[in-house]
Design a protein around this ligand. Structure first.
Ligand code: NAI
Length: 265
């Protein structure tokens, strides 16, 4: 783990941090000596997650916060609470996400929920945390969790696809604005996981399907590729049918696509 933001006593905030990829990331940051705030809408999961983290770090290095990322007010409270308890944020992982399913002709409720959580969550996190992270003057890192579905837009579940295509667009806007901010040492990465066995994808299964990754594998893959600069981290395909690969973006080359070259600064 070589990224200068991931060092002892720095502070990481992880939304959707009470389970799955977010919790695995929180555990990894805590193992590196960071103070971690896991922020999640699910209070029960938060309590369980804090117990799990107590096996990797001391209780004083862990903070939990009940947040609804779709609400700017709630995210603002989170930012203030982290500043009050830990002094500020060095790493923000905008990771909370839902996938209740949708069709274009179906009820609009899921559309609104998915866009509110998956897209507005990233907008709120970026807008509210970035200014204070920049003001710290330290190396800072924002990681947004996207999805291959935001790039390949397969048929089925269009609301999720749109929300994750939005995550990519918002991350690019964030990278652009950070690069154009004077004395800014904060950069942004887009994490694009493969098929990861979590509550989001379990759909009643208790056993990890062959080919799926664990959240820990995904986080290890990401950590090994974090560098200073603006990057996409695209995890290897494991479940995406070959035909969809043909729709890859031009920056995705080969079977395993790693960091996009740094954008010129
Ligand atoms: P998960 O369901 O284990 O974790 C998501 C967490 O987000 C949950 O703890 C949930 O309570 C929380 N959350 C939901 N709505 C929230 C809200 N309004 N405010 C705050 N927290 C909220 O799922 P997983 O798989 O760990 O998902 C993490 C991210 O990874 C999501 O953005 C998901 O879309 C993305 N992803 C997951 C993939 C997979 O195969 N599992 C593949 C590609 C992307």
């Amino acid at each position: 783990m070589s990224h200068p933001a991931i060092v002892k006593d720095n502070v990481a905030v992880i939304t959707g941090g009470a389970s799955g990829i977010g919790l695995a990331a929180a555990a990894a940051y805590a193992r590196a000596g960071m103070k971690v705030c896991i922020a999640d809408v699910d209070r029960e999961r938060l309590a369980d997650a804090a117990t799990k983290l107590s096996s990797v770090t001391s209780a004083t290095n862990v903070m939990t916060f009940a947040v609804d990322v779709s609400s700017a007010e709630s995210v603002r409270e989170l930012e203030h609470a982290v500043a009050a308890q830990f002094g500020g944020t060095d790493l923000l992982m905008n990771n909370a996400g839902i996938q209740p399913g949708s069709t274009l002709f179906g009820e609009p409720d899921n559309w609104q929920r998915v866009i509110a959580v998956n897209m507005w969550g990233i907008i709120n996190g970026s807008r509210i945390f970035a200014p204070s992270m920049i003001a710290r003057g330290k190396t800072g890192l924002i990681i947004n969790t996207g999805s291959k579905q935001g790039i390949t837009t397969p048929p089925g579940d269009p609301a999720y696809n749109v929300s994750k295509a939005g995550v990519k667009a918002i991350t690019e806007a964030l990278q652009h604005e950070l690069r154009n901010t004077r004395d800014c040492r904060v950069t942004a990465h887009l994490l694009i996981p493969g098929f990861v066995f979590t509550g989001l994808t379990a759909k009643g299964r208790t056993e990890k399907p062959a080919g799926a990754w664990t959240p820990e594998q995904t986080v290890d893959f990401m950590l090994a590729r974090l560098e200073v600069g603006d990057f996409y981290i695209l995890c290897p395909d494991n479940d995406v049918p070959r035909a969809l690969d043909e729709k890859r973006m031009q920056w995705a080359a080969g079977d395993i696509v790693e960091n996009r070259p740094p954008l010129s600064r």
